[in-house]
Write a protein that binds this ligand. Structure first.
Ligand code: GLA
Length: 439
């Protein structure tokens, strides 16, 4: 990897540096497969020693993400934050049913995604080389699970890895991209989260000016191209933790790209994700979204104000919003936060693709503004852990500067506050976020 770090203005350690070491170098078993980087062709059966090659000298021929899906940020749930490796069919189906019964589906949440550890750790089908489910966790197979989830009107996501194994040591998809894309399509998969562990040494990166030609990008392009050859449209979620300036090429390869290392249920994670995402927010637009990682609401560790900021920022920066908790433990107040219709409407707007952008120079970034079909918007994050006054000065906000007087609306309360001239000052609780609309 090239150790590129998002150009945050803080100089804080960001995900890229914190995760670089995770792309473990592994050389075992690479001698039994033959491949080239220019195509996804796989030759997996030979036991003869054939060197794997990767090259980053030429512009790769990536076919790019499918533009019939994921125009706006994905909304859903993923098993990892709440369950880690303790997943099984019953847990996933119960979660899918909770998505419906708790009103999350009605609010727009669609995807139910299984993360790492779903497959058979001992290996692929020896004849077909297909990846196999863990038959103890998923006794009826993955196609059955996907069908049950589809029958609830939801979509189904799966997890894979652009290396020899997943981060938990299960079979990886490097060199098996075509087979795995076909298998996922056959099973009815609607999204693949594609991780970045167990990268063979011959795929390591040296610095290249255009990171789209990096070996990391090439490993992801291989799967992107394979996905484009199968009949089923599949959302391609790049999970390489912000390495190799993924924000500069992510939209050319997939629909969303992780910007940070793994989330934790902490205020420091929320603020560092906001800082990183804000610094590269101009790369996010329709069909390509910087991914601030899965949500921690419901997992403890965050106050109610901090959970509101977590949700508001993921909404106004147009990150995918992937819930990461046991849904049945959510309180009515937490459900009301994650189903806030005005923030979700900003996130899911099909006319305005850009996220809110920082318009001040504070660090960490305090003030953001943007446009939606409902009007103009400004957001203010209170990083101080006590109530603070945040002043929104209309002349400083690009979307508001053309008029002195605006009707101000509180997107949390879903109520008009009144008409103000020149500026509006909000009283914001410690670690909370003001979410305003102006018409
Ligand atoms: C990596 C990813 C996580 C999760 C785990 C699973 O750490 O970043 O989101 O998928 O792997 O092992």
């Amino acid at each position: 990897m090239s150790n590129c770090i998002p150009p945050t203005t803080t100089g804080k350690t960001t995900s890229a540096s914190s995760t670089t070491s995770k792309a473990t170098t592994t050389t075992s078993s690479t001698s039994t497969v033959k491949t080239t980087t220019s195509t996804s062709t796989v030759t997996t059966t030979s036991k003869t020693t054939t060197s794997t090659t990767s090259s980053s000298t030429a512009e790769p021929s990536g076919s790019g993400p499918n533009k019939t899906i994921a125009k706006v940020p994905v909304l859903g749930w993923n098993s990892w934050n709440a369950y880690g490796g303790n997943i099984n069919e019953a847990v996933i189906l119960a979660t899918a049913n909770s998505m419906v019964s708790l009103g999350l589906k009605a609010a727009g949440y669609q995807f139910v995604d299984i993360d790492d550890t779903w497959s058979n750790i001992t290996g692929r089908d020896p004849t077909t080389q297909r990846i196999l489910p863990d038959s103890n966790k998923f006794p009826n197979g993955i196609e059955y699970l996907a069908t049950e989830i589809h029958n609830l009107g939801l979509k189904f996501g799966i997890y894979g890895d652009a290396g020899l194994t997943t981060c938990s040591g299960f079979p990886g998809s490097l060199y098996y991209e075509d087979i795995d894309a076909q298998t996922f399509s056959d099973w009815g998969v609607d999204l693949i989260k594609y991780d970045n562990c167990a990268v063979p040494a011959n795929w390591s990166d040296t610095y290249v000016t255009d990171e789209y030609t990096s070996n990391t990008a090439l490993r992801y392009i291989r799967m992107g191209n394979a996905l484009n050859t199968v009949s089923r449209p599949i959302v391609f979620s790049l999970c390489e933790w912000g390495a190799d300036a993924v924000w500069t090429w992510g939209a050319r390869v997939g629909h969303q790209w992780r910007l940070t290392g793994d989330s934790s249920s902490s205020w420091s994670f929320v603020t560092s994700a906001i800082t990183t995402a804000a610094s590269v927010a101009t790369y996010t637009n329709f069909y390509g979204h910087g991914d601030m990682d899965m949500m921690e609401i419901g997992n403890g560790g965050l106050s109610s104000s901090e959970e509101r900021t977590h949700f508001a920022a993921w909404s106004f920066l147009k990150s995918p919003i992937i819930l990461g908790t046991n849904l049945t433990n959510l309180s009515p107040a937490q459900i009301s936060v994650i189903t806030n219709s005005e923030l979700l409407a900003f996130s899911q707007d099909t006319t305005y693709g850009a996220p809110a952008l920082q318009y001040d120079t504070t660090n960490p970034p305090t003030y953001f503004s943007g446009s939606s079909s409902a009007g103009q918007h400004a957001f203010g994050v209170n990083y101080v852990n006590s109530t603070a006054s945040l002043t929104f000065t209309f002349s400083a906000i690009p979307q508001l500067a053309n008029k002195t007087s605006w009707l101000v609306h509180d997107m949390w309360a879903k109520k008009d506050i009144g008409t103000f001239s020149g500026s509006y000052t909000a009283s914001v609780a410690g670690h909370d976020t003001a979410a305003l609309r102006f018409t």
